[in-house]
Design a binder for this molecule. Structure first.
Ligand code: HSE
Length: 431
């Protein structure tokens, strides 16, 4: 039976999950693939803390070079996260003729173009199933299962922490800060939770989804990113009153021959499938021309679900290595029908606007006058409370408007004396 040697860099939560699965499912995996996947070396800065598996200490090292320079190691699994030294480990591994498995969406989103090019140049592969949606097999589905399709759009709830916070706010009627504290306590958040709640983690994952669906590697600066930190409990409750849920959506969609790529809190109809995705779950809704509308759903974070995806990558690479394939992955080919990346100013959307105003005659007329001046048409208005001469929230839903016009209008409105807080604007998406 062919033995494939693996070096694991990063023996944290997911890394120890990978070792556990490979050990506990060893015989069934071997029977399925007629090969043995053997962990030959494990590298971590900390090789002394107890994990919940017993490990032969001979396998452990603090020096990644012992893996990268070992000619008997076929595949390097990088699970340390972050950009440095993960990027250097991936580059050196490819240069030493190894394929790479990684869960690292940040390094791939920032440097994927050069890393994938290097892999192709060296006749090796980078597999990254665990980088988006943990155990949901979204990468393989987009790349292989849907290979004949052209995509119209991909809409993802791809950050479990943000989704947990928004769902807790909605169902428990608790503040953003309280819900974030709970998410941290439950261990969902990244070590730097601002990546989760400011939207960058979703943006990194969206860059990879966009690459798979449209063959375009967009730069992080090309993605419009807005996190959930300004979503208040009031907005969540007003959304519900009007038949919406607020979700942090990662969106890549085609409009004619243009592509727009963005992450932001979004009003979604409560009847949309994505609205029922709660807690730390992730879901990716894909609109494709042949297979139609598809939803991929499951836990978006966790030891064994992410490790499940890593093991699936190891199996795929093992099959490729055994078959002597130059590159076991299908090529990702650019969709030539997309000509341009749309700029944020040119986005069009309906909007939820929450103005914080002094309750006195003429204020609404001023606001609607400015909106009208910028060609923004109002679909509905409601004043949520009535305290004469005090500050009250006024909620407006607009018809489709251009982002550029909306920004100009809000800048002018927010300078009015009657406006007491920066106006909140949330896009409404009709997926
Ligand atoms: N911190 C991420 C999330 C999990 O909350 O979804 C890993 O990608």
């Amino acid at each position: 039976m062919k033995k494939i040697n693996v070096g694991l860099i990063g023996f944290g939560t997911v890394g120890s999950g990978v070792v556990k699965i490979l050990r506990e499912r060893k015989s069934v995996l071997a029977a399925k693939i007629d090969s043995e996947i053997n962990i030959k070396k494990i590298c971590d800065q900390d090789i002394h803390s107890k994990r919940n598996i017993n490990i032969d200490r001979q396998l452990l090292t603090t020096n990644a070079d012992e893996i990268i320079n070992d000619p008997q190691i076929d595949i390097v699994v990088e699970l340390i996260g972050g950009i440095h030294p993960a990027k250097e480990f991936i580059i050196e591994s490819l240069k030493k003729g190894k394929s790479v498995v990684t869960a690292n969406k940040a390094v791939l989103a920032e440097y994927g173009r050069e890393l994938f090019a290097l892999a192709a140049d060296r006749g090796k592969s980078i597999y990254f199933e665990a980088s988006v949606g943990a155990g949901i097999p979204i990468i393989k589905s987009l790349r292989e299962g849907l290979v004949a399709n052209r995509f119209k759009g991909v809409f993802g709830i791809v950050n479990g922490t943000s989704n947990f916070v928004l769902s807790q706010m909605s169902t428990q009627n608790r503040s953003f800060q309280e819900c974030l504290k709970e998410a941290k306590a439950k261990g969902y958040a990244e070590s730097n939770p601002s990546l989760d709640i400011e939207g960058m983690d979703s943006a990194h994952k969206l860059i990879l989804l966009t690459y798979l669906c449209f063959g375009k590697f967009v730069a992080p600066d090309d993605v419009f990113v807005e996190g959930i930190t300004r979503v208040s409990l009031a907005d969540v409750n007003y959304a519900k009153e009007m038949g919406f849920e607020i979700k942090l959506l990662a969106i890549a969609k085609r409009e004619g021959d243009e592509l727009e790529v963005r992450v932001h809190p979004t009003f979604l109809s409560e009847n949309h499938l994505l609205s029922s995705v709660s807690g730390v779950n992730n879901a990716i809704y894909v609109s494709s021309d042949l297979a139609g509308e598809l939803l991929f759903y499951g836990p978006g974070a966790g030891q064994l679900c992410a490790a499940s995806a890593v093991v699936s990558d190891l199996v795929d690479l093992t099959q490729g290595i055994k078959a002597g394939l130059f590159r076991p992955t299908l090529n990702i080919v650019e969709d030539a029908t997309i000509k341009k990346l749309r700029k944020i100013e040119d986005f069009e959307s309906k909007y939820y606007l929450r103005f914080t105003v002094v309750d006195k005659p003429g204020v609404l007329a001023k606001i609607s006058g400015i909106l009208g001046k910028f060609g923004i048409s109002i679909a509905s208005v409601s004043q949520k409370e009535r305290f004469k001469a005090q500050v009250v929230p006024v909620v407006v839903i607009t018809h489709e408007a251009k982002e550029k016009n909306l920004r100009q209008a809000l800048a002018m409105i927010d300078r009015l004396d009657a406006i007491k807080e920066k106006t909140v604007a949330i896009r409404i998406e009709e997926v």
